[in-house]
Ligand binder design. Structure first.
Ligand code: PMP
Length: 406
């Protein structure tokens, strides 16, 4: 099947704008993605015709709004093939989801001397909440290292798993290296020791088809804004039996069953973890984005993005003195690189003036930078609306950088 990228681009209004008189070439999709007209329209229509707080009223709009919210939960469930909507909790994003799990799972299941296994390529969002929890509980973090290609070393992982391990939390796909981790195998080995696993899918669901039941993930999290949905909405998937045993993270309206000054009983799943007025419009936008992706087809997206990765890798490698960080055979369309003797900010600023948006810095992955003994990289993260023509512009821009600073 031919992937009609020009047709897809027409769905994304921002892609036709100019930056410094150049057409925008947006390569910062790992940070956040642009929104299709369909999602923008869903949000606009909601505010214009449907807005009302959910789960609270018996009036028409409130009931209608509640219906849209719960339908969005069903859409999210279907997208990752969870067994039940009770396992889908809406949060503010991947960070909100991981903080909820680290606090709540930690409260219930982690004690002094216990261990949590993370990997060396985790985003800060999957490090800091665990550090906070470990500090509170007197537990320890153990780290799975990665090799020079940017692949997790499973033999080292095996050595870290022990009777002290209470949870393993790893990213599905690295936001700096692009590596697709063998999460199924990571989960299998943890389960052999009766240890649950959290998978950070913030860089995965927009690129790969994800089936949480097939993976047998205990927790799976992602952010809406990286999957073409509005900001401020995300998903926490958790197996029902685990969520049932875990205490709420935040207290407030909607998450309760009965409140007196002496005692509060909590609502059932998934509401126990959704305190306060939730981002119901964000949830509707998320459902619209997931429907959009399903319409394009996640397998077509994966194939097309893979061809972009191959093309971009070939082009970038032909730039003299350019080094790519992350060369795992299983990799998505993220390219982190440095140009010999040139500061990433200098390169990033020149590209910006050419209308080319790429990321510079540590990408919330300081341990990855420490691994390579560097202070940061340039990162081009490609989405299915990017084109080889735009990659050619990046290549030309890098040659210009080389001329100016090399
Ligand atoms: N995990 C990974 C792998 C990420 O790339 C990001 C965002 N860069 C996050 C977690 C955090 O996502 P958010 O800021 O949307 O909560």
């Amino acid at each position: 099947m031919i992937f009609d990228v020009e047709k897809i681009r027409q769905d994304f209004p921002i892609l036709s704008r100019k930056v410094y008189d150049h057409p925008l070439a947006y390569f910062d999709n790992g940070a956040t993605t642009q929104k299709p007209r369909q999602v923008i329209e869903t949000v606009r229509k909601y505010y214009e015709e449907e807005n009302s707080s959910i789960h609270r009223g018996i009036h028409y709009l409130s009931e209608h709004s509640t219906g849209i919210y719960e339908k969005a939960r069903e859409t999210a469930r279907g997208f990752i093939n969870a067994a039940s909507t009770n396992e889908i909790i809406f949060t503010s994003g991947a960070t909100g989801s991981i903080n909820t799990i680290a606090f709540s799972f930690g409260e219930k299941f982690i004690s002094k001397g216990d261990e949590v296994i993370l990997s060396e390529m985790e985003h800060h969002a999957n490090i800091v909440p665990w550090q906070m929890m470990c500090k509170r509980k007197g537990a320890k973090i153990k780290v799975i290292p990665f090799n020079e290609k940017g692949e997790l070393i499973l033999e080292e992982y095996e050595k870290l798993l022990s009777t002290k391990t209470r949870i393993v939390a790893v990213t599905h796909i690295s936001n700096t290296l692009g590596t697709i981790n063998p999460v199924r195998e990571i989960i299998r080995r943890a389960h052999a020791m009766n240890v649950p696993v959290l998978i950070d899918g913030a860089q995965a669901v927009q690129h790969e088809s994800v089936d949480v039941q097939e993976l047998d993930a205990d927790f799976y999290v992602f952010s809406g804004h990286k999957v073409y949905a509005p900001n401020g909405i995300g998903v926490l998937y958790g197996k029902e039996a685990l969520l049932y045993d875990m205490p709420p993270y935040q207290g407030g309206g909607d998450m309760i069953d009965c409140v007196t000054f002496e005692k509060t009983t909590y609502n059932e799943l998934p509401f126990k973890f959704e305190a306060g007025t939730m981002n119901y419009i964000g949830a509707a936008g998320l459902a619209s984005a997931l429907d959009y992706i399903s319409g394009v087809g996640i397998d077509s997206i994966r194939e097309y993005e893979h061809s972009l990765l191959e093309y971009a890798t070939m082009k970038l490698m032909s730039v003299p003195g350019l080094q790519i960080y992350g060369s795992a055979p299983e990799k998505i369309s993220i390219l982190s690189f440095l140009m010999e003797g040139i500061h990433p900010y200098d390169a990033g600023m020149v590209l910006d003036k050419l209308g080319i948006a790429i990321r510079t810095g540590t990408h919330c992955n300081q341990p990855v930078m420490d691994h390579f003994k560097i202070t940061g990289t340039l990162r081009a993260s490609l989405a299915f609306y990017n084109t080889t023509r735009e990659i050619d512009r990046l290549y030309d821009g890098l040659l210009r950088v080389l001329k100016m600073f090399g």
